[in-house]
Write a protein that binds this ligand. Structure first.
Ligand code: GAR
Length: 210
């Protein structure tokens, strides 16, 4: 099975989607550990309920981002993952910590990247009058929400959408997007190379549409 370390800061519905897909044998993987920057993150309890090691480190206990990430990734590495999944992990990663791991860290982001990077993406999409919104699964690089996109799901914006409604519709589509992408990793069909994302040995010319 594909060994997954999951980084999560909050609710953990994407983590739960992974756990449910593994339990129902839709994903041939195991979660080696769940790691958080918030001791109160509900994601940690979801992990413990599934019998998975879970822990948190407080960024306030470290002088620098580099020192925090060094400690965090020492714990992540100790669980020996094949792939590190940022599933609602809301902190930037230190570039030097990330560098040797590029190609092994992915993130799910609630927008059609490169549109609407950063926070409050649903609010950003509504403010921009976007007709279409969605979510993206991408390799993490040092550039915020700027790494190569693997796959996306598109969600039409309704005239009467508000932030909460739109967020809920996108979230419902994020979970299958995440599982479908993780299946590509579990089947060893995907890799990040110098010229971009390769699926089945071919460079993607555009993100997969799931
Ligand atoms: C998800 O919508 C995820 O795409 C987003 O946070 C939410 C976490 O939900 N991630 C980001 O905004 C990353 N910058 P969850 O905790 O229920 O999985």
């Amino acid at each position: 099975p594909l060994r997954l370390a999951v980084l999560a800061s909050g609710r953990g519905s994407n983590l739960q989607a992974i756990l449910d897909a593994i339990a129902s044998r839709r994903l041939h993987a195991e979660v080696t550990g769940v790691f958080s920057d918030r001791a109160a993150a509900p994601a940690l309890q979801r992990a413990r309920d599934a019998g998975i090691p879970a822990g948190s480190l407080s960024p306030r206990a470290f002088d620098t981002r580099a020192a925090f990430d060094h400690a965090l990734f020492a714990a992540v590495d100790a669980s020996a993952p094949d792939l590190i999944v940022c599933a609602g992990y809301m902190r930037l990663l230190d570039a030097a910590t990330l560098a040797p791991r590029i190609g092994r860290v992915i993130n799910i982001h609630p927008s059609l990247l490169p549109a609407f990077k950063g926070l409050h993406t649903h609010r950003q999409a509504l403010a921009a009058g976007a007709a279409e919104h969605g979510a993206s699964l991408h390799f993490v690089t040092a550039e915020l929400d700027g790494g190569p996109v693997i796959a996306q799901v598109r969600v039409p914006v309704d005239a009467d959408d508000d932030e909460a409604r739109l967020a809920a519709r996108v979230l419902a589509r994020e979970h299958p997007l995440l599982i479908a992408t993780l299946r590509l990793f579990a089947d060893r069909r995907i890799a990040l190379r110098e010229d971009g994302v390769h699926v089945d040995g071919r460079a993607l010319t555009a993100p997969l549409q799931l």
